[in-house]
Write a protein that binds this ligand. Structure first.
Ligand SMILES: Cc1ncc(COP(=O)(O)O)c(C=O)c1O
Length: 399
């Protein structure tokens, strides 16, 4: 009889529980803590001296113009806002902006660019290995796994020493084969804050070039470290050295539009034709995933970048965010020689020399929330909280 079967249909209730993202879980834990003095250095957003994440003045102004002037919300197509990508091009690519072999497209944030870039590479070569630094941003490995590529760790950072394991990194990259991929943080390394020096970038570019490895540069914090151009040194060097480069970029931090999901994907291949074919595949993949990127945040960034006066004011607001990050870094670094390395690092994150137990005790006793790895957001706290934070960390270190 066809209508009787022993095989029970699987249902949604058969799904196993999800291992939740620890950083997302931390946001929930902190939000639920009723202690008014709590400090949240877990979440990765910039906060100003007053402890807020304000909307940039130039974005507010651009949004007003958008509300007043936008006449239609009809579809833009898979490429999203093409002019946005055009305006972003010189900021990201610098002297390579004129290189016709480099094509770019708007994406839903840096995450969207990462997913799209890895989907493309999996299409090119499903057997490629992706070299990923240890440690890295926790969302990198699942994205690589989701597209079916194999991640291979390269040593990146020695926590106890506060130093990059550069020779070990190079030794692992030297085992790469043509077509393998190296995922590199463009600047402001998350979670360690330890950026390659210009000299180290040159050595990495040499090895990657010699081995025929495709560099995949993730740049989510351009302008938060040393400056817009300085932070792009490594990625531009890769563009200079290699025929094939993938670049995932985010505007969510440097325009402070996190939830609006603004980013871009850039592809360089050996010829303009090959890049255009790759881009056509990218559109097809995007169509299958989100069809088109969200418009609002990119439209606001577009208005800012297209108006010389607003653009100049954006650079000032960006510099103010960078200056705060670097000032708080220096203040924490000056507190104790064991924290001095923090003053030599860049971006919003560094890792404190604390064990998981010490991190949990800080949470329990002092209402200070950071990732179990000891990663903390340098500018997660307002100015008024910094002394208490430093004192609590020193207590924890002294044991
Ligand atoms: C290293 C790194 N890459 C990419 C991203 C993604 O940024 P977005 O919020 O634009 O998706 C982040 C965000 O935290 C990040 O830290």
């Amino acid at each position: 009889m066809l209508n009787s079967t022993d095989v029970k249909a699987r249902s949604l209730s058969d799904l196993p529980p999800v291992q939740s993202d620890s950083l997302i879980a931390l946001i929930g834990l902190c939000a639920a803590d009723p202690r008014p003095e709590k400090i949240d250095v877990g979440v990765g957003v910039f906060r100003d001296g007053a402890g807020n994440t304000p909307i940039l003045k130039v974005i507010k102004e651009a949004e007003q113009r958008l509300v007043d002037g936008q006449e239609s919300k009809s579809y833009l197509g898979s490429a999203g806002d093409k002019k946005f990508a055009e305006l972003l091009r010189p900021i990201v690519l610098g002297e390579h902006a004129k290189d016709e072999r480099i094509v770019g497209v708007q994406t839903p944030g840096g995450c969207g660019a990462l997913r799209l870039g890895f989907e493309l590479l999996a299409l090119v070569n499903p057997n490629a290995r992706v070299f990923v630094g240890a440690p890295t941003w926790p969302n990198h490995p699942p994205i690589i796994k989701a597209v079916g590529l194999t991640a291979v760790d390269y040593p990146y950072y020695e926590r106890g020493q506060g130093a990059i394991r550069f020779e070990d990194m190079l030794a692992t990259l030297r085992t790469g084969e043509p077509g393998d991929i190296a995922l590199l943080h463009g600047c402001c390394h998350n979670p360690t804050g330890a950026d390659l020096s210009d000299e180290q970038w040159r050595e990495v570019a040499k090895v990657v070039g010699e081995r025929g490895i495709i560099p995949f540069v993730d740049i989510a914090y351009q302008g938060f470290g040393r400056g817009l151009d300085e932070d792009a040194y490594g990625l531009r060097l890769m563009l200079e050295t290699c025929d094939q480069v993938i670049l995932a970029q985010s505007c969510d931090k440097n325009f402070s539009v996190y939830r609006d999901r603004v980013g871009s994907l850039w592809i360089k291949s050996a010829s303009r034709e090959a890049s255009e074919t790759a881009l056509a595949h990218v559109f097809q993949i995007a169509r299958e995933m989100w069809s088109m990127p969200p418009d609002h945040g990119a439209a606001a960034a577009h208005i800012v970048l297209d108006d010389p006066e607003l653009k100049a004011r954006w650079l000032v607001e960006l510099a103010a965010m960078r200056d705060r990050i670097n000032a708080v870094r220096q203040r924490i670094a000056a507190a104790d020689p064991r924290l001095a390395f923090i003053g030599r690092q860049f971006g919003m994150f560094s890792m404190l020399p604390l064990s998981r137990e010490q991190v949990l005790k800080l949470r329990e006793d002092k209402a200070i929330y950071m990732a179990e790895s000891g990663r903390f957001n340098i500018v997660g706290m307002g100015d008024a909280q910094i002394d208490r934070f430093i004192a609590a960390v020193m207590d924890a270190m002294n044991g």
